[in-house]
Design a binder for this molecule. Structure first.
Ligand code: PNS
Length: 164
């Protein structure tokens, strides 16, 4: 069975991520969506909240599994017996960071290959960070994230304001 792992911080999952999951699920027999920590980013949602939002939005795929891991991606891939990492590429600006991560991962484990899927142009400007920024200023993000995620973001911002 050809398996692939699609890693990310998914804080939160966006329609751009879901587009990659949809397309990758048609190419690979089994797709593992892995929620990982990105030490370079501050998060809005806990790991279990991020897993929950991904499970809720990918439940329609028989061959997609959502997991989480704290530690190196390549170690996790090896443990799961997966040799392909799928990454979405939106723009040239993504490339430098993704190229560095792909090279680091290959240095850490030569048996694991990174493959890039070019984003759907409808979502080329969508990122988790932009979604959080727009939402925090009261902007409309309903076309950028699934409706359940929209509600979770609204609730999180409400909690933040009322717990200050
Ligand atoms: O969605 P993101 O934040 O761009 O995803 C980045 C992520 C989580 C895939 C990356 O930070 C990662 O692989 N973290 C796990 C730790 C690791 O393996 N680091 C070495 C590769 S840079």
């Amino acid at each position: 069975m050809v398996k692939a792992i699609y890693p990310g911080s998914f804080d939160p999952v966006t329609n751009g991520h879901l587009d990659i999951i949809d397309r990758a699920s048609k190419v690979f027999e089994h797709l593992i969506v892995a929620v990982l920590e990105n030490p370079r980013k501050d998060v809005m949602f806990s790991m279990s909240e991020r897993v929950q939002m991904l499970e809720n939005t990918t439940g329609c795929y028989d061959n997609v599994e959502v997991v989480c891991h704290q530690g190196l991606l390549v170690d996790f891939a090896q443990k799961l017996g997966v040799r392909i990492i799928i990454k979405g590429l939106r723009a040239i600006s993504d490339f430098e960071n993704e190229f560095q991560m792909a090279l680091v991962n290959r240095k850490l484990n030569y048996n694991v290959e990174t493959m890039f899927m070019v984003t759907n142009n409808m979502y080329s400007y969508v990122s988790s960070s932009i979604v959080k920024e727009v939402a925090s200023y009261g902007g409309d993000i309903r076309e950028l994230v699934p409706s359940q995620v929209y509600t979770m973001i609204k609730n999180k911002l409400f909690e933040r304001i009322h717990n200050k």
